[in-house]
Design a protein around this ligand. Structure first.
Ligand code: TXA
Ligand code: MG
Length: 398
């Protein structure tokens, strides 16, 4: 199925493994890597590809540089940044200790889409990076361009996703340009990011459990396979907090999923997170997105189709995010239909999701509906981001 411009987003994406194996891309990037490294050393900001999404990097020791990152993104100053390294031996100077379970995770999944929160050594990074916390989230990205740039800069690189806070994260250099052109030093174009959703953020608790602060590219099962640890996701605490901290307006605040951290206060409206996280994020398109779920794909599709027609009659520009298996169930589809790929390969949905949300903005969509997928494997991260993009609007069809 295609939309009115004959656009089928799934086919636009390359297989990232093939892409990264392409020597020409590597050579092209090599020309820019020294320049990017020098710019970072001089306190500049550089957007670069990682295997998850594009990041906006700065020298994590340089407060002025880190400030530029916060300003360019419009990111609230209490939301800490992830620090990226290229070698395990960079860890020692940054953190006080690495628990054995964290070490096991690094052995298995670094470089890769896993961020591990560890106790920071005082004074080694700009305090702006950690937003005053005594921990730091560290990750080693699995992308040759990212690793080469970090190496060339020869310092720990603070890098949030290279989007304006509240917008979908960038999976292409053009997304970064859309959001941040003129506000940052440089963009290194390495083609499409791979996983498509951000890294999984974890910390090892004193109890020996592993807390998933944000689901992402590494699944619960992958964490369990390596550590045997109990996984705590804390989503109930998160939803409690979200109710308590509902934004007053269409806030630009960005997510942090530090959900299971303790809350203080008794009354729901008085709950205050002890962590800077638990914010209301978006990844939101400009129009109104809702998720429609139910056991029967036929019933869900029929409901969606009716709702889209009704809204279109009222003048809305409509959009639909659906899975490949269900596309034929829609007879009079929305203004634009974007396939999230097959339900049997949710990694494709992860890779496509943010670009799809940005595509809706391009079409001027004002009312969008999305099918849901199973929250299993990478589907956990896909649904986590989709629910945020939808501002929590979920319609269940019996
Ligand atoms: O895949 C990724 O992680 C991408 C690429 C660029 O590496 N980066 C990314 O960064 O997603 P950002 O800033 O968009 O998200 C960082 C998340 C936020 O939810 C933040 O609250 C959380 O990590 N975080 C960072 N440091 C933390 C800490 N010390 N404790 C708890 N959460 C932390
Ligand atoms: Mg982000």
């Amino acid at each position: 199925m295609t939309d009115d411009k004959g656009y089928k987003i799934a086919t636009k994406y390359w297989d990232v493994t093939k892409h990264l194996a392409d020597d020409r891309i590597q050579l092209l990037a090599d020309e820019q890597i020294q320049a990017a490294g020098t710019l970072l050393q001089q306190g500049g900001t550089v957007a670069f590809p990682t295997e998850t999404v594009y990041g906006l990097g700065a020298d994590a020791r340089n407060t002025a540089a880190v400030d530029t990152v916060f300003k360019a993104k419009g990111r609230p100053s209490d939301n800490p940044l992830i620090v990226h390294i290229a070698h395990r031996d960079q860890l020692e100077e940054l953190v006080l200790e690495v628990p054995p379970l964290a070490s096991a995770l690094m052995d298995a999944y670094w470089p890769g889409p896993l961020t591990i929160v560890l106790p920071i050594r005082e004074g080694v990074l700009s305090p702006r990076v950690t937003a005053g916390l005594n921990t730091v989230g560290i990750r080693m990205p699995d992308h040759p361009v990212a690793l080469a740039i970090i190496e060339a800069a020869d310092c720990p690189i603070a890098a949030p996703s290279a989007n304006v806070s509240g917008r979908p994260s960038p999976t292409l250099a053009s997304h970064v340009r859309e959001d941040l052109d003129g506000r940052i030093g440089a963009i290194v174009d390495g083609g499409p990011a791979g996983v498509g959703v951000e890294s999984t953020v974890v910390r090892v608790l004193d109890t020996g459990s592993i807390q998933v602060l944000r689901p992402g590219g590494i699944t619960d099962k992958q964490i369990k396979d390596v550590t045997g640890a109990k996984i705590v996701s804390g989503s109930s605490a998160e939803s409690e907090a979200r109710v308590a901290m509902k934004p007053q307006n269409n806030s630009q605040l960005e997510e942090t999923d530090t959900e299971a951290l303790p809350l203080v206060g008794q009354q729901p409206d008085k709950l205050v997170p002890l962590s800077p996280g638990i914010k209301y994020t978006h990844y939101a398109p400009q129009g109104e997105l809702s998720i429609v779920k139910g056991d029967s794909p036929d019933k869900v599709a029929a409901w969606i189709e009716q709702a889209l027609l009704r809204e279109a009659e009222r003048g809305a520009v409509t959009g639909l995010l659906a899975f490949e298996e269900h596309l034929d169930l829609y007879h009079q589809p929305a203004g634009s239909v974007i396939s999230l790929g097959s339900l049997a390969h949710l990694d494709e949905a992860a890779r496509i999701l943010y670009a799809a949300l940005r595509r809706f903005d391009e079409t001027g969509a004002t009312f969008m509906l999305a099918e849901a997928c199973e929250e299993d494997g990478i589907g956990v991260a896909v649904m986590n981001r989709l629910v945020k993009a939808a501002g929590g609007r979920i319609i269940t069809i019996e």
